[in-house]
Design a protein around this ligand. Structure first.
Ligand code: SAH
Ligand code: SF4
Ligand code: F3S
Length: 422
């Protein structure tokens, strides 16, 4: 196999291209850290890199198409560059892409590329975050749920839960380094368990680490979101009042077809409980439109649910058939045009409800964590993850500032800094 061997004086440079969700972004931070430990340097840009690593996503065909496009484009460069491919890939795509790249590796084998040695888990490689404020900490990987449309259980395999002590050590290291926000990741954080520690216990253990920081997490599966967790977040000082709770559809028959294991009624009950118990809670969701056999009236049920629940954010996707999944055997019978129409209809509802929700913040004073300073503006978010932009002469990246909300848009707020009189 065509592997790059490294030496102490390795002058080779790398560039990482990441597609997909936060889990892939997090993995890319470990790839960067590993390559630097092998004496690679980050290239100035994609064109000048000796080694390009593509971290792929397969959740929809459009994501896969981008990977193919990217590889073809790199191959046209004058400079002969090595291409390594990793991430979420189906067997079919792996076979098709094998001849086009130098190496395809499973992220779990990260330590063995570029002449490295095998270690028991790639999570032992510390991540190299691309900022100094928020850090992704995976608590588990893989998925055992087998939603009938989803490729993740096939690309990432069965659930693996990291030992709690390993997670705590990693969190502690970043808090010591001054990070202000811990973003816990898992396909279904609610199913986390290690020995007798469940997800809520894990949050408690992280919260006990001294320091002024926020803890947030995603993704929640409605079927596993427990009362214990809701009660804990309601009382917690550090855990953010934010729940990404993908509903996928507002129709019971479709939910059954999706193998989601909850009903619309049960989902509504959980959202109501979250809103009743947790102050300022912000709820976002994922929705798929145009799943095979979805009738107009079934789609209308989703639209109705969105109007009723008034989400703060929703990631709406057109159904894309995925190889290996249960639904791949069913005809993708909703025309593209119809999927687009349904998506647009839901976006309109979202814009309205998200704006209504945000308007309630006007005139209020909140704390914001600043993650970026650009062209005279601070960018950050409130504790419930609502995005905010604040005009400022000073760069306050990494600080928690008091801000008065002055403007509400559907997906973001604007505010002014409040200085405490001393
Ligand atoms: N583990 C998370 C997210 C997994 S993928 C969860 O269970 O919520 C992220 C989102 O992509 C899903 O929530 C779903 O809305 C969407 N998605 C997954 N498979 C899809 C497909 N085949 N077509 C369209 N959207 C899909
Ligand atoms: Fe996919 Fe369902 Fe697992 Fe989420 S819970 S990753 S949608 S199979
Ligand atoms: Fe994430 Fe895409 Fe894999 S959504 S888990 S990178 S298939």
């Amino acid at each position: 196999m065509d592997k790059i061997k490294t030496t102490k004086h390795n002058k080779q440079s790398y560039w990482i291209i990441t597609y997909g969700c936060q889990m892939n972004k997090s993995d890319s931070e470990r790839i960067a850290s590993f390559l630097q430990s092998q004496n690679f340097k980050k290239a100035k840009n994609k064109k000048t890199a000796d080694l390009i690593i593509i971290n792929a996503c397969s959740v929809r065909q459009s994501a896969v198409d981008r990977v193919y496009g990217q590889i073809n484009q790199i191959k046209k460069n004058e400079k002969k560059q090595k291409i390594y491919l990793t991430g979420c890939l189906t067997e079919k795509d792996k076979q098709a892409l094998q001849p086009k790249v130098d190496l395809i590796f499973n992220i779990k084998e990260l330590s063995t590329i570029c002449g490295g040695e095998k270690i028991d888990t790639y999570f032992k490689i510390p991540p190299l975050p691309n900022n100094s404020v928020s850090v992704f900490i995976p608590i588990s990987t893989g998925c055992d749920n087998f939603c009938s449309y989803c490729v993740v259980p096939y690309t990432r395999g069965r659930e693996y839960h990291r030992p709690a002590e390993e997670i705590l050590k990693e969190v502690e290291m970043f808090i010591k380094r001054g990070f202000k926000e811990i973003i816990l990741l898992g396909q279904n954080v609610n199913s986390y368990h290690y020995k007798n520690i469940d997800f809520t216990d894990l949050l408690q253990l992280i919260e006990n680490i001294p320091g002024n920081f926020w803890i947030t997490f995603l993704t929640n599966h409605p079927k596993d979101l427990s009362e214990k967790l809701i009660d804990y977040v309601a009382e917690s000082k550090k855990v953010c009042p934010y729940f990404h709770l993908p509903v996928q559809s507002g129709d019971n028959k479709i939910l059954k077809l999706m193998n989601r294991h909850y009903t619309v009624k049960k989902y509504i009950k959980k959202v109501k409980k979250l809103r009743k118990k947790i102050k300022d809670v912000c709820i976002s969701t994922d929705i798929i439109v145009g799943i095979p056999t979805e009738t107009t009236s079934q789609f209308k049920n989703t639209a109705k649910l969105m109007k009723k629940l008034k989400f703060d954010m929703a990631y709406i996707a057109q159904y894309s058939p995925r190889p290996q999944t249960a639904l791949s055997k069913v005809k993708d019978d909703i025309p593209k045009k119809e999927k687009q129409k349904r998506e647009q209809e839901l976006i309109k509802i979202l814009e309205k409800t998200a704006l209504e929700n945000n308007k309630k913040y006007l005139g209020k004073t909140k704390v914001a964590l600043i993650t970026k300073y650009e062209k005279g503006y601070l960018f950050g978010h409130l504790k419930n993850q609502k995005q905010i932009k604040i005009s400022s002469k000073k760069d306050l990246t990494g600080e928690m500032v008091k801000v008065k909300i002055t403007q509400a848009n559907p997906y973001s707020l604007k505010g002014e800094l409040i200085y405490d009189k001393k």
